[in-house]
Design a protein around this ligand. Structure first.
Ligand code: KIV
Ligand code: ZN
Length: 388
């Protein structure tokens, strides 16, 4: 793979699905997985097979349906976990076993109740066992960012010796900062990977709102796999958002010269599909896929955007798959269609408000070739309410 090619490891169906209110049934997971394949992700983490029958079935089904991507199954470093992950992946075209163990003292002492030596031994055994089933084995050092660096390197080195080709350094609790993350990846590259053919991966949680920034900082330091989710769903405050990472690389290619296999016009459709499956939308001001991401409220901004979108838009709505609104403008039908669209978007618009919005709409439609849902929202005064 080219030096600057970054693998996108999507964990919407595993870490994402672990977040409250985000559970999906088998058919929904397969539908989402097919969309992720269309989007162009490199790896789909489809579940944690030992955790439940449902997760086992989901990994099996995704592996059977998605033949072009790698399909990963998560397991702890215990023999029965690894065997179960391998069983779930038995029919996969490109299986990856992803085994993990915590490396921070706080986790060793209070959760695992294991010594450092025991964790090293568990890592060696689990990775070696996984290699009996699959060539592609990833090892994650859970809570890597709060681990002692010498010990972390020892565990990661053991994983590589036992056959892991991907080393993941998760920021499990979303605690690190971009410079700290870059330094950590640099150390893993220099002290563990050296000249071996091993990919460094990061998996950042968003507890301090830094998951995307930390992931991007890791790329500069040599990471070449990012673990992320659609809409940033995941444990607690979520994971790094796939759409934000991909568009940061796309829009700021001058500063971040990395490539992914993502088809950016599939980002919004993938986000919408996930929202419809889990039953809730992203926040309106969510970057890239939020309902207001391309809406211009202030008159001065609207004026600038009409003259030249570059005044206030660093990417076009089309580039992320937001479709221009196909409203047909007519004296009456236009007003009716506008009212319907507001209802679909979740706005309760009074007759007076509709009149005012319609006037602004026809004005705007005269000047602007394409009208987006985001434009329609910005035409409403702040009194229009969002339906519960
Ligand atoms: O957050 C985390 O550390 C994880 C690992 C299992 C990769 O989800
Ligand atoms: Zn996680």
């Amino acid at each position: 793979m080219a030096q600057n090619r970054v693998s996108i490891f999507d964990t919407t169906l595993r870490d994402g699905e672990q977040s409250p209110g985000c559970s999906m049934d088998l058919a929904e997971k397969v539908r989402m997985a097919e969309k992720l394949q269309e989007l162009g992700v490199d790896i789909i983490e489809a579940g944690f097979p030992i955790a439940s029958e449902g997760d086992f079935a989901a990994v099996r089904a995704v592996a059977a349906h998605c033949r072009e991507v790698k399909v990963a199954a998560l397991c702890r470093t215990a023999a029965q976990d690894v065997a179960r992950a391998a069983e779930a992946l038995a029919r996969a075209a490109r299986p990856r076993i992803h085994t993990f163990c915590a490396t921070s003292d706080i986790h060793l002492e209070h959760k695992l109740k294991k010594t450092r030596g025991e964790v090293v031994a568990m890592t060696r055994a689990a990775v070696a066992q996984a290699r009996n089933y699959a060539d592609d084995v990833e090892f994650s050092a859970e809570d890597a960012t709060r681990s002692d660096i010498d010990y972390l390197c020892e565990v990661l080195d053991t994983a590589v010796d036992a056959g892991a080709s991907v080393l993941n350094v998760p920021d499990t609790v979303g605690y690190t900062t971009p410079t700290e993350m870059a330094r950590l990846v640099e150390q893993v590259r220099e002290r563990v990977v050296r000249d071996r053919d091993v990919t460094i991966s990061v998996h950042c949680h968003n507890d301090l709102g830094l998951a995307v920034a930390n992931s991007l900082a890791a790329l500069d330091a040599g990471a070449r796999q990012i673990e992320c989710t659609i809409n940033g769903i995941g444990e607690r405050a979520g994971n790094a958002s796939l759409e934000e990472i991909v568009m940061a690389l796309h829009v700021r290619a001058d500063r971040l010269p990395f490539e992914t296999g993502i088809i950016t016009t599939e980002l919004y459709p993938a986000s919408q599909l996930l929202s419809s499956i889990v039953g809730f939308d992203v926040q309106p001001n969510k970057a890239i896929v939020g309902r207001n991401a391309f809406a211009h409220e202030a008159g001065i901004h609207q004026h600038g955007v009409i003259n030249n979108p570059l005044c206030y838009e660093i990417m076009t709505p089309e580039s992320v798959g937001v479709q221009a609104n196909a409203l047909v403008l007519g004296k009456h039908s236009g007003r009716h269609a506008l009212s319907l669209r507001y209802m679909e978007l979740g706005f309760n618009v009074s007759a007076g408000e509709l009149d005012a919005a319609y006037r602004r709409f026809t004005d705007l439609a005269d000047k602007k070739k394409r009208i987006y849902d985001q434009d329609l929202i910005s035409l409403l005064s702040t009194t229009a309410c969002v339906a519960a």
